[in-house]
Structures are given as C-alpha cells and as structure tokens.
Ligand binder design. Structure first.
Ligand code: MCA
Length: 486
C-alpha cells in the first residue's frame, strides 16, 4: 500500500483522505501512510458527500480512498483531483513495487489529521505529529500495564482517536492479538468477551451490555413428542433468550476502559455490581490524545476522570487563565507532549485556543481535588456528545434556519438513556409556510451525517434569550431535560 501511495504521487507530508469501512486493510492503509511519511486523514463513514466535500476541499489531499461503489456519490471536489489515479486502490496496490524502507520523519512532522467539529459550524483539522502519537501511546501502554499476552476486543470505529490510536497503539506496542469487530453488536461482544483481556468502549456500549438480562434458567415446556420442533426429550424451547451478561462473561478481563463521553455514576455502579469490574474512566480530546486516567491500580472513582497522565500538566483556570483554588470549578487547561501542532490552515483558531505560554484551553469545565483527581462538570461550549460522537449545534441550526417557514432553531443535547445525550431541535416557525417536522428532518438528509440529526423536533413560540439577546441554551436544556428519561 505504501508503494501504491508513492506511485500515485503521494509525497511526505501529503494528506491521504480515507473514508472506508472498518477492516484490517484500513489499519494497513494507516500504517502504510506512516511508513511512507504521508498524513493519514480518516473520515467518519457516516459523513455525507457534502460533508466530505468540505474536508477534501480544506485538506487538499493527494489521494482519496473511498468505499467501493461510492465513486458516483463522491463530491465534485474529489473528481476535480483528477482521474489519473482513479480506480481500485487494491489494483494499484497489486501493481505497485513495494515501498522500500521507512520514510525519515522528524518527531514534529505530521502523522495524521483528524477533524473536530467547530463552534462556528466549520470543522477544524487537528494536526497530530509523530511525537504526539508516540508519547501518548507509550504513556497509555505503560499506565494501563499492557502485556504480551493481552487480547484486545476492538469494537470502536477507527476514524477517531479512541479506536485508531488509543486502542490500536496500545495493542500494537505489545504485539497483542486483537479481536477486530466491524462494529459494536451486543450479541457478538458478549460472545467474544470470554476470549479477551481488555475492552475499550464508550459509555453507550457499556449501557447496552447492562441492558442485557442476567443469566436465567431457561423456561422449557414438554410438548407432544410427535410434534415437529422438539429435542430428543420432547422439550421445545419457548423462545430464543437474548444473550445474558454477567460476571461469568467477563471472567478473563483484566481491564475495561471508558471514554469519549461521560459515564454516569449509576452505570459505573451497576456495572461493578453485575460484573465485579470497575470500569477505568479516562478523559481525552482529539487535539491532545489522552489527558487523564483513573489509576490502573488504586481507587477508580466513579464520576471522576482521574489524574493527569505522565507528561501531562493540567490546571483549572478562570476566564483569564489564572488558576482557581483546589476544588473550585473552572476551565481545564493543559500542556502535554500529546498536544497537537495546531489547526490546519487556521492559525487564528490555534492561537485563540492557546495561552501565550503554550497552555491549551480545552473548553471542558471541571475541578481538581486535593489528591489531583479531575472531575468534569460540563463544557464551556454547547457541544453535544451523543454516543461518543461530538456534534456542534451550529451545524444543524445552519441547515434548519435556512428553511422557508423557520424563524430560528435552538439545537441542544438532552439526557438520553442509551446515547448519554440526544440531539433535539427546538423550532420557532415564522408562519409563512406549514413546514412539518418530517420536512425539517428530510432537509438534513444527505446534508449531515445521520448521527447529527435531531431525534426529536419541538415547536416553540420563541427561544429564551438573555439580556444580550443570546439564546439561552442552558434554559432550553433544562426545559427539555426529561424528554427521553421519563
Ligand atoms: C449511531 N447513531 C447515532 C449514533 N451512532 N445517533 C446518535 N449518536 C450516535 N453516536 C444512529 C445512526 O445514525 C442510525 O440512525 C442509527 O443510530 C443506527 O446506526 P448504527 O451505525 O447501527 O449505530 P450503532 O451501532 O447503534 O452505534 C452506536 C455506537 C456508535 C456503537 C455508540 O455511535 C459508536 O461506535 N460510537 C463511538 C464513537 C467513538 O468512537 N467516539 C470517539 C470519538 P438512523 O437509523 O436514523 O439512520 S472521541 C475521541 O476519540 C476522544 C479523543 C476520546 O477521548 O475518546
């Protein structure tokens, strides 16, 4: 694959955009990029062609690797890249001479670029260097005590930091076996858990495991031995029980980790009582890799995300970047070898999110206790985290606000039992047309990835505003906080 990229004209530092299904080939392509010095740029497979158009236009890659059969859906900007290298990447790989050696790169050269949603609705490409990835991988591998005989259960997508770097780098550093599932399916996960020692997940995945029943004695009735569906004793299973989940399922596990979204104390407690395992919750960001972790040995405290990882400096500050007293709430700021090299072609955004002495303003709000444990309490932006995906309301509002009949919308995240937060649109109509909720929903089709679509539309007379006329999202969140939980 490295040979094929090289033959297609990819030079060191060039971006390679990849929007393909999760597979071992996808992992190989990532490694091929690292090997030949290209910058790997994975995209969520749920992104629509108009979303892909933005990324391709912004990142100006040399090659785009897409799913077979999706060529016609690709935006014109991809077609504009030229047809010279058009065709099957598999065929290009077969035809290419192997890439000899490993490209020489400096620690500060880019290895990958991952887009993060932006408050303005414009996604920002976080530039990650080889040093960023290396420092984080080594720290986690050591901190979570990875060993040669670990087997990792991998159910996460590999277009984000969590599945691609956190999970795979740890396993690669000790050459571990990885059970690599294309996606998270509860029955498959329960079947594989007894074969593994480590699982990394987002809270929604653990919630779904807990939604499974505890094992029960199967209910059987004796039926007419002459009837068709029975076993040799004349018993017939009444129904197929869903796979059960309990301590026995997890007996080979040494470590469950959770991240990408907050896990409620209730889920922590229920998981421990059901399985005997304490999930290790950690905290990270695309821009910084992993930042804090509950300890591997020692108390894992539900509701906290633990201590700054080795090499990470962390402080909690007021709006001016001055540290607040221990235990007080403020914005989390960090300095870390895992901290990105800035946003691609957005120097002003990069500057705005850093203090002049290099501290990065995460935008997460929390407090650090006397022992140094961080507890996150919210975010300074209105970002929504749904099932581990970050969604910026602005992106959805911009599409809905443009529709005839819509005066304005307030898009918020409200508590959801499965996804943590679900996207909800509060819509104020202007009365010029009778635009229905179905029409609002349809307007997003093909424009935004489906996970960003509101799960519910609420009609309102007006949106609450403060004295500065800014929409009060917090008030909206309170108003609709029990939409999915009662
Ligand atoms: C899928 N759907 C969702 C989500 N996922 N809706 C809202 N939020 C979601 N997260 C919708 C789809 O659009 C579809 O809707 C329907 O659910 C079924 O889709 P399917 O693909 O079958 O979904 P699923 O298998 O149930 O997926 C749920 C999931 C998945 C397993 C929780 O979202 C997931 O893998 N999340 C992990 C995300 C992750 O890795 N995040 C890391 C980024 P419709 O039927 O309407 O079409 S953050 C990170 O890397 C930082 C650095 C960190 O610290 O970790």
């Amino acid at each position: 694959m490295a040979g094929a990229l090289s033959r297609l004209g990819v030079a060191t530092g060039d971006r390679v955009v990849v929007q393909i299904d999760k597979s071992t080939d996808n992992v190989a392509l990532y490694l091929a990029c690292l090997r030949m010095g290209a910058v790997f740029l994975p995209l969520n497979t749920a992104y629509t062609s108009s979303e892909v158009a933005y990324f391709v236009d912004d990142a100006s890659p040399t090659v785009v690797v897409a799913r077979p059969g999706t060529l016609n859906d690709l935006p014109t900007v991809v077609v504009a890249l030229g047809t010279e290298g058009d065709g099957s990447f598999g065929a290009a790989t077969d035809a290419a001479a192997p890439f000899v050696g490993i490209a020489e790169r400096d620690p500060d050269d880019l290895a990958a670029m991952l887009y993060t949603s932006g408050t303005t609705g414009r996604s920002k490409g976080a530039m990650l260097t080889h040093a960023n990835l290396e420092s984080n991988a080594l720290a986690l591998h050591d901190f979570w005590a990875f060993r040669a005989d670990d087997v990792l259960l991998h159910t996460l997508p590999i277009f984000h930091v969590h599945g691609l770097f956190v999970a795979l780098h740890c396993a690669m550093l000790s050459g571990n076996e990885v059970i690599f599932l294309p996606k998270f399916e509860v029955a498959q996960v329960i079947e594989q858990l007894p074969n593994v020692t480590v699982m990394m997940g987002v809270p929604t995945q653990y919630t779904r495991l807990l939604a499974q029943p505890r094992p029960q004695t199967q209910v059987r009735i004796q039926v007419d031995p002459g009837a068709n569906r029975h076993d040799s004793q004349g018993f017939e299973d009444l129904h197929q029980d869903p796979p059960a989940f309990d301590a026995g399922t997890c007996s080979s596990i040494r470590l469950f980790t959770s991240g990408s979204a907050p896990m409620t104390e209730a889920v922590h407690t229920e998981f421990t009582s059901r399985t005997g395992h304490q999930i290790l919750e950690r905290y990270g960001m695309t821009e910084a890799g992993m930042i804090t972790s509950n300890p591997y040995t020692g108390d894992r405290v539900p509701g906290t995300v633990g201590f700054a990882l080795p090499g990470v400096e962390l402080r909690v500050c007021d709006g001016d970047g001055l540290s607040v007293p221990t235990g007080a709430t403020g914005v989390v700021e960090i300095r870390s070898p895992g901290l990105f090299a800035g946003y691609w072609q957005m120097p002003e955004r990069t500057t705005a999110e850093h203090r002049c002495d290099g501290w990065f303003i995460t935008g997460d709000v929390g407090s650090v206790d006397a022992q140094g444990r961080l507890t996150l309490e919210g975010r300074s932006s209105d970002m929504i985290i749904s099932g581990g995906y970050n969604i910026y309301p602005k992106e959805v509002e911009m599409v809905l606000d443009d529709l005839p009949g819509v005066l304005e919308t307030g898009v918020i995240g409200v508590p959801h039992p499965d996804l943590g937060e679900a996207v909800v649109a509060v819509v104020v109509r202007d009365g010029t047309t009778d635009i229905t909720n179905d029409e609002l929903a349809a307007s997003l089709d093909g424009v935004l990835a489906r996970f960003k679509h509101p799960k519910r539309y609420i009609s309102a007379e007006a949106l609450p505003r403060n004295a500065m006329s800014k929409v009060q999202k917090a008030a909206l969140r309170t108003d609709y906080s029990d939409l999915f939980t009662t």
